[in-house]
Design a protein around this ligand. Structure first.
Ligand code: NAD
Ligand code: IPM
Ligand code: MN
Length: 354
């Protein structure tokens, strides 16, 4: 029997609501399969913990997490705790400490999912974003000089290393090659005359090793426009940390909404645990009412199953999500239904057993 040891950080707001459904679903999958099981350990870290202890997680939090096969995270952030503290001291520090340099985010319109674009259909919206997740605009480098003085100055550095750019671009090429898809790089070399010129140069260099992969390069402003006007142009997409963050919320908007948007933070070498999470935040506007959509979390659970080599179960979960979207019987309000968060989880489990 294989045991997958998972650290669970449900976090804040709707985090615990959606993560409970993700755990339920993973437990049921392993129960039905019988050849592997999950061992979940919950850590109560997040903004409540911060309010009590002054820290988002204990000093040795990273050491604790190091021993797990993966991390399953809900969402972080709550009114009353500055976002740059709550996110840096928990989510971002985990991504960085564990060198989870690949942020893999499917932007795939499933059948039955709502789409604000007219004439859109599932064949036309089927992308995978490969977002650089360890440096770039979110490197956390900069300074605040003469704070609170009339001459104060802030500097936020973009950090683009050769190693960092090469490895993410190479990962994207490998994925495009394996899936026989095109690869699009999104950058902004016309204005960011160091970082993005460098990014474009490395994209060209690495592309020489992959003559079989058809490539495109877009400026980020034009890419945003094309994602709305002509999304079928994009298959595999590689881009920087900031651009990937913004474009994947745009991607969520055209592929069913935040309640369906999943992501995996991968350390491909498997030296450290990878982390699976919905890409949405803690949604304080709806927290506590059990109307949050857990399907993004279930999709992230499907990514976890894939990462552990249980590809069939990963596909099965995605098919179930699609079936539920088509049937429109058990969906949360963001998708036009009136089901509660846990009812959606229960329906996934019912379908696993059908
Ligand atoms: P958000 O993603 O939390 O919410 C944006 C909108 O989408 C809200 O109207 C919300 O109700 C809706 N929404 C999000 N997830 C949903 C779901 N599963 N089902 C139904 N509706 C859903 O973004 P925000 O409001 O900009 O941020 C709120 C907090 O979350 C902030 O503190 C922010 O820093 C944090 N945040 C955390 C993460 C993370 O932990 N990964 C990601 C983004 C934002
Ligand atoms: C995301 C989030 C995070 C990010 C924030 C909360 C730091 O927006 O996962 O998309 O920008 O990476
Ligand atoms: Mn984001």
């Amino acid at each position: 029997m294989i045991t997958h040891k998972i650290a669970v950080i449900a976090g804040d707001g709707i985090g615990p609501e959606v993560i409970d459904e993700g755990i339920k679903v993973l437990e049921e999958v392993s129960r039905i399969d019988g050849a592997f099981k999950f061992e979940f350990t919950k850590y109560p870290w997040g903004c409540e913990y911060y309010k009590q202890t002054g820290k988002m997680m204990p000093e040795n939090g990273i050491d604790i997490l190091k021993n797990y096969d993966a991390i399953f995270l809900g969402a972080v952030g709550a009114p009353g705790v500055p976002d740059h503290i709550s996110l840096w001291d928990l989510l971002l520090i985990i991504r960085k400490s564990f060198d989870q340099y690949v942020n893999l985010r499917p932007v795939k319109l499933l059948k039955g999912a709502p789409c604000p674009l007219k004439d859109a259909n599932p064949e036309n919206i089927d992308m995978i974003f490969v977002r650089e997740n360890s440096e770039g605009e979110y490197a956390g480098s900069g300074s605040w000089l003469f704070k609170n003085k009339p001459n104060e100055v802030v500097i936020q550095d973009g950090v683009f290393s050769r190693k960092g750019c090469e490895r993410i671009i190479r990962y994207a090429f490998e994925l495009a090659k394996e899936k026989n898809k095109t690869l699009t790089s999104i950058s902004k070399g016309n204005a960011l005359n160091y970082s993005m010129v460098f990014w474009d140069q490395i994209f060209k260099e690495v592309s020489k090793d992959y003559p079989e992969v058809k490539t495109y390069s877009y400026l980020v402003d034009a890419a945003s426009m094309f994602m709305v006007k002509d999304p079928k142009r994009f298959e595999i997409v590689v881009t920087s940390n900031l651009f990937g963050d913004i474009l994947t919320d745009l991607g969520a908007a055209i592929a069913g909404g935040m309640g369906l948007a999943a992501g995996a933070n991968l350390n491909p070498e498997r030296t450290y645990p990878s982390m699976f999470e919905p890409i949405h935040g803690s949604a304080p506007d709806i927290a506590g009412k059990f109307i949050s959509n857990p399907l993004a979390t279930v999709w992230s659970a499907s990514q976890m199953l894939d990462f552990f080599g249980h590809e069939e179960w990963s596909k099965k979960l995605l098919n179930i999500i699609e079936e539920m979207l088509v049937e429109k019987k058990v969906l949360t309000p963001d998708l036009g239904g009136n089901a509660k968060t846990y009812e959606v989880g229960n329906e996934v489990i019912r379908k696993l057993n059908a």
